[in-house]
Structures are given as structure tokens and as C-alpha cells.
Unconditional design. Structure first.
Length: 131
């Protein structure tokens, strides 16, 4: 299954199931950071104010893309991210996108050089230091 996903461009340079686990952990880390940005220490019984939570997730998406420090136009940056992390990384969802989760999976379990994933993980580590 993983080899089919890689061949289809879904994920970049990874051929083991650990990449999926690390990807999902990336989502959890991103959600944790967004909660901390909103000063929520726990999920209130009434739930999080989703519009604010989604805003923090989107802020992190923009920060992650900026952290790549890739040269070129928006389309060229998009193509470079897609080449390393797979097309899943450039999907934008209501919850802020997949780039951080993909970077987490590829950084820890991808094959070959992964400079984009490394820069995104450095951005995430730096952001989490103050939380």
C-alpha cells in the first residue's frame, strides 16, 4: 500500500508504516501548539472556539511555509514542497493543512536528504520552546 501511495505522489520518499504514525503525531503536535497559542490548557467541556483554533492552525501553516525559506514564486515553492514531501503536504484543510504532519513523517522516516522537512521541524521546535 505504501509503495502505491509513494508512486502516486501522495507522500514523499518513504516506504515504511512508521511515516504514517509520525504524520499523525505531527497533527497532534500541531493541535497542541495551537491550543497553547490560544492559552487553552485543556479542552473545555463546551469545546474549543473552533474559529480561533483554526486560525492558530492556519498561522502555523503560513509559518511552516515561510520557514522553508525556499526561493522562487509561490508556484515554484509549491512544486519544491510537493517534490520532497508529496502532494499531501500542499493540501490545505479547514484545520490548517497537512504540511507540518507530512514534514514530521518524512523528517523522521523518509529516505534521502530532506531539507524542507528539516526546516519545518526546526520551525516547530523553535515555536514549541516558548510554550
Amino acid at each position: 500500500f505504501m509503495l502505491e501511495m509513494i508512486a502516486a505522489g501522495h507522500t514523499g520518499r518513504a516506504d515504511n508504516p512508521q511515516v504514517i504514525i509520525a504524520h499523525e503525531i505531527g497533527h497532534a503536535i500541531q493541535s497542541y501548539a495551537a491550543m497553547k497559542m490560544g492559552k487553552w490548557n485543556e479542552i473545555p467541556r463546551s469545546g474549543l472556539p473552533l474559529t480561533a483554533f483554526e486560525g492558530y492552525l492556519r498561522q502555523m501553516l503560513i509559518g511552516a511555509i515561510a520557514a522553508t525559506k525556499l526561493p522562487g514564486s509561490a508556484d515554484q515553492v509549491y512544486q519544491q514542497i510537493r517534490a520532497e514531501l508529496g502532494y499531501r503536504a500542499i493540501e490545505i484543510t479547514a484545520m490548517g493543512g497537512e504540511i507540518i504532519a507530512q514534514a514530521c513523517g518524512i523528517y523522521y522516516y523518509g529516505e534521502g536528504k530532506r531539507p524542507i522537512a528539516k526546516r519545518i521541524m526546526e520551525y516547530l521546535r523553535e515555536m514549541l520552546k516558548g510554550m
